[in-house]
Design a protein around this ligand. Structure first.
Ligand SMILES: NC(=O)c1ccc[n+]([C@@H]2O[C@H](COP(=O)([O-])OP(=O)(O)OC[C@H]3O[C@@H](n4cnc5c(N)ncnc54)[C@H](OP(=O)(O)O)[C@@H]3O)[C@@H](O)[C@H]2O)c1
Length: 256
C-alpha cells in the first residue's frame, strides 16, 4: 500500500482508507456486521480506517482491531492508521479533550493517528431529527476549538489533527490562528488517486473490498483523463443535505 507523508503528523497515511459508515440493513446487527467486515478488510490488506463518533463504528472497529491482533493478522496496533472525528455537539473548547478520550475508550486505543473536526459548525443539543432545527446550529469558535484539537495532539491522544468539510475560507480563518496547521481536510468529493489525493472507499463486500485496493498496478490513459475532466463535477454530499437548508448552512455550502 502506497503511503503519503503529512505535515505535523509523524506517521504516513496509507493512500487508500476503508470507510465505516453503515447504511442500516433490516434484520442485521450493525455492530456485528461492521466488526466482521472490518476484520475482513484487515485480512484484505487495508491498514487505514476512517471512523467518527457519529458513525457508531468506533466500538466495532476497536473490537475488530483486538481480534486482528489476537489472530496475528497484525503484530501491533502501530501498523494501522486510524482516523476519527469530533462530532458537532462536542465542538467547544472545554469539551474536545473529553470527546477525544471518549472515542479512544470506544476504540480501545491509547491514541488515534488523526483527529478531525467533522464539520465547521457547532450543534448545542443531541440531534434527534433531520433536518436539524436551525435554533440548535451555531457558528464554530474556530480559535477555541482548534486550541482544543492542539491540546489533544500535545497530550499524545492523536498523532495528527485536521478538519473535514472545511471551505478554503474556513481553512484561511483557521490558519490565521493555528499554532499547529491542519494536516488534512477530508471532503466528500469523488477525487481520484491520480490527482495525489488520499481516498476513503467503503465496501463491506469481500470481493469489492479487494477490487477497491487494485488501483496501483495500472493507470488511466491521457484520453481517459481528458474525458473524466469534462464530466460535470458535483459535491458527493452537501452540508444542507445533512443539517437542512438553513441560511447559515447554505452559506457554508456556498463558500469555496
Ligand atoms: N468527513 C465526512 O463528512 C464524510 C462524508 C462522507 C463519507 N465519509 C467517509 O468516506 C467513506 C465512503 O463514503 P462514500 O460516500 O464514498 O461511500 P458510501 O456511500 O458510504 O458507500 C459506498 C457504496 O458503494 C458500494 N461499493 C463500494 N465499492 C464498490 C465497488 N467496487 N463496486 C460497486 N459498488 C461498490 C458500497 O456497497 P457495499 O458495501 O455493498 O460494497 C456502498 O454502498 C464513508 O464510509 C466515511 O468513512 C466522510
Amino acid at each position: 500500500m502506497q503511503q503519503v507523508t503529512l505535515n505535523n503528523c509523524d506517521k504516513p497515511m496509507p493512500a487508500i482508507g476503508m470507510g465505516t459508515v453503515l447504511s442500516s440493513r433490516p434484520g442485521a446487527d450493525p455492530s456485528e456486521t461492521m466488526k466482521s467486515a472490518l476484520l475482513e478488510a484487515i485480512k484484505a490488506g487495508y491498514r487505514h480506517f476512517d471512523t467518527a463518533f457519529i458513525y457508531q463504528s468506533e466500538k466495532p472497529l476497536g473490537e475488530a482491531i483486538v481480534e486482528a491482533l489476537h489472530l496475528g493478522l497484525i503484530k501491533s496496533r502501530d501498523e494501522l492508521f486510524i482516523t476519527t472525528k469530533l462530532w458537532c455537539t462536542f465542538a467547544q473548547r472545554d469539551q474536545i479533550v473529553g470527546a477525544c478520550k471518549l472515542s479512544l475508550r470506544e476504540l480501545q486505543l491509547e491514541y488515534v493517528d488523526m483527529y478531525l473536526i467533522h464539520h465547521p459548525l457547532r450543534v448545542n443539543e443531541t440531534i434527534q431529527k433531520l433536518p436539524v432545527p436551525k435554533e440548535i446550529i451555531h457558528a464554530l469558535d474556530i480559535k477555541g476549538v482548534w486550541e482544543g484539537m492542539e491540546e489533544c495532539k500535545n497530550l499524545g491522544l492523536t498523532k495528527g489533527i485536521g478538519v473535514s468539510n472545511f471551505s478554503c475560507k474556513k481553512i484561511e480563518e483557521l490558519l490565521s490562528v493555528a499554532k499547529i496547521p491542519p494536516a488534512v481536510n477530508q471532503v466528500a468529493l469523488r477525487w481520484i488517486y491520480e490527482q495525489g489525493v488520499i481516498v476513503v472507499v467503503k465496501s463491506f463486500n469481500k470481493e469489492r473490498m479487494k477490487e477497491n485496493l487494485q488501483i496501483f498496478d495500472w493507470s488511466l490513459s491521457q484520453q481517459d483523463l481528458e474525458k473524466i475532466s469534462e464530466l460535470p463535477q458535483h459535491k458527493g454530499f452537501t452540508m444542507a443535505s445533512l443539517f437542512g437548508p438553513h441560511d447559515f448552512v447554505l452559506q457554508l455550502d456556498a463558500e469555496i
